[in-house]
Structures are given as structure tokens and as C-alpha cells.
Design a protein around this ligand. Sequence first.
Ligand code: IMP
Ligand code: MG
Length: 182
Amino acid sequence: MTTVPSPAQLGGRSLERVVYAEEEIRRRVEALAREITEAYGPEDELLVVGLLKGSFIFLADLVRRIELPLKVDFLVAASYGAGMVSSGEVRLLYDPEARLTGRAVVVVEDIVDSGTTLNRILPLLAARGPKSLELCALLHKRRVRLDPEPRWVGFEAPAEFLVGYGLDHREELRHLPYIASL
Ligand code: IMP
Ligand code: MG
């Protein structure tokens, strides 16, 4: 299946190229969900925590393919201002309500760039005593080494600014069903 960008969705902007088409994303997300399904059991009380806003579409597709009992919660952290460069600052705007203690927690992130967001947030979550804490990132730019690295990565992302499938540019273009570079 090829993805033809709809000009009406783009509101006059032009894309550089479609980097991951819908079908490719769907296949990769299915494979990630299979691996997560195999990594845990019902006794793990799996909790999937999505980092908003960027992970919302990925998380929705991912959890629908995980064949285990699980709960979903969210966490809101803002690391970027309006521009395309990380400011290095992370603000926590919403904290998961679900209990983390004793559960297997998988944090779902759209894209790892400078790693600032995760470096700030993972210790906060680890302090709540989960049974395990793993990271599943749809995209990884490999600009930095993370400690720990995500256990699951969808795609090795090119060093370009990407939009679509949850990723935004100034809060726009999240709704594109494919991932493109600006
Ligand atoms: P980090 O803290 O620098 O790793 O940045 C992580 C966050 O920055 C991601 O969750 C995204 O929201 C945003 N981000 C990083 N790279 C891109 C990109 O190429 N397109 C859109 N958002 C990005
Ligand atoms: Mg984000």
C-alpha cells in the first residue's frame, strides 16, 4: 500500500518525503506488540504508560495488539518549546494515577532524540517500585546513548525532523497516518 499525502491534511505545507508509510508502521507495531506479549505474563499486571502527546497514536495501535491483561495510563512531560530544537528542560504536567508498585511497567515514547525527557522521567517512575521498568520507543535517532537503552525500538530514525503518526511540528500534523520529514 502506498500512502498518498492528502493536501487537505497538510494545510498548505509541503513534506520532504514520506519516511514510513502506513503499512510499514502497521507491520512494525504488530511485531513490537508480539514481542511485548511474549515478554510478560498475566501475573505481571502490565501497565503501559504513554508519554503524551506524541505517543497517543502509537500507543493506541500497540495496546490493541498486546494479548495480555493490561492497564493504560499517561504521563505528560514537555521538553520542547515551539521550535524544532530541544530546550533541555522537562516539565511534568500530568502524573500517572495508576499504581506502579509491583507491576511490570512499559513506557511508550514516540521518538528518542536528545534523551532528555526519558533521562528525567525514568528515575521518577523507578522510584515508585515497579517490578520492572522498560521502554518502548517507536523511533530512535541514536544521537545519544541512553542508560538504559529502550528494550523495544520500532525504527532507527534518520536525522531529520519527522511529523505524523503522533509527531508534531508546532502541535500540527500529528494526525497524518504516515511519518514524513518536513
Ligand atoms: P528528547 O527529550 O530530546 O529525546 O525529545 C523527545 C521528544 O521530542 C519526543 O517525545 C518528541 O515529542 C520530540 N521530538 C524529537 N524529535 C522529533 C522529531 O523529529 N519530530 C517531532 N518531535 C520530535
Ligand atoms: Mg513528545
